[in-house]
Design a protein around this ligand. Structure first.
Ligand SMILES: C[S@@+](CC[C@H](N)C(=O)[O-])C[C@H]1O[C@@H](n2cnc3c(N)ncnc32)[C@H](O)[C@@H]1O
Length: 253
């Protein structure tokens, strides 16, 4: 527990941990939509290069919206969704109703293995749900699940760099204050904004959401992975180029 009074920015936050509909509403806001669109472009680039249907693994899939976007963009032969929240996978089953070759697995995404490898591994708002000390193992495991020629698509929110706990909390505010203001200015639904307020609060307290900076993510990256493409979707005003809502395509050397 932290011994600091939470700022008013977090007032009226609404939880979403066990509420897939609330999470989906938040995932429909402008910068999250930008991540889905960027990941769909990465998938389309993979398909243009390989010309065959993809084997897709969605880690921390929640209700599977990223994999669904991919399946609406390119031919997919098989989709595996992995999440450790059963209510999210129940919603995923409804979202994928009528589609063949889809399986849902309730498991820890950090250690998930099934003896197969995948052409596209999706990590949308996944990395920040993994505790910092497990982040290196998470990406190393995902890299090991990549088929030859495959790629990993990450959608993430990167904070300004920090060193101390106080700087971390300032970084969270520096990211979320302008984002929450912009969400309201754009007229996003108040319930979606309230969920994002809760995500901000979880990040600030270091509970359930473990967002970090790009500098730290690089230090925790397995050496076999390299960034092949990058799209910055949103950033706080005047933020460093590494800060913001960013989509990344990784390849294994
Ligand atoms: C923000 S949601 C992901 C959104 C989803 N990928 C999308 O694009 O719509 C984060 C998800 O990570 C899941 N999660 C958190 N820690 C996990 C873990 N260690 N293993 C598997 N799933 C995890 C949560 O249950 C939650 O459904």
């Amino acid at each position: 527990m932290i011994d600091v009074q939470p700022p008013p920015l977090f007032a009226d936050a609404v939880d979403y941990k066990h509420d897939p509909a609330a999470l989906e509403a938040a995932q429909g806001t402008f910068n999250e939509e930008g991540l889905y669109a960027a990941i769909a472009r990465f998938a389309a680039e993979w398909f243009a290069r390989h010309g065959r249907s993809a084997r897709v693994l969605d880690l921390c899939s929640a209700s599977g919206l990223t994999a669904l976007r991919v399946a609406r963009t390119i031919p997919v032969q098989q989709t595996t969704l992995v999440d450790n929240e059963p209510t999210a996978l129940d919603k995923a089953a409804k979202n994928f109703e009528g589609r063949d070759g889809v399986e849902m697995v309730c498991a820890d995404a950090v250690t998930y293995r099934d003896g197969r490898t995948y052409d596209l591994i999706l990590l949308n708002s996944a990395y920040h749900h993994i505790e910092d000390e497990r982040k290196p193992a998470f990406l190393a495991n995902a890299a090991a699940l990549l088929a030859d020629g495959g790629c990993m698509a990450m959608g993430e929110h990167f904070l300004p760099e920090y060193v101390t706990a106080e700087q971390f909390r300032e970084a969270v505010i520096a990211f979320y204050r302008p984002l929450l203001e912009e969400l309201e200015q754009r007229g996003e639904s108040p319930s979606a904004v309230a969920v994002i307020r809760k995500a901000a609060y979880y990040t600030w307290t270091g509970e359930y959401e473990y967002k970090t900076s790009w500098v730290k993510a690089c230090a925790w990256m397995p050496p076999s992975l390299r960034v092949a493409a990058r799209e910055r979707i949103w950033a706080p005003p005047e933020a460093h180029d590494d800060v913001g809502t960013i989509a990344l395509r990784f390849q294994r050397d």
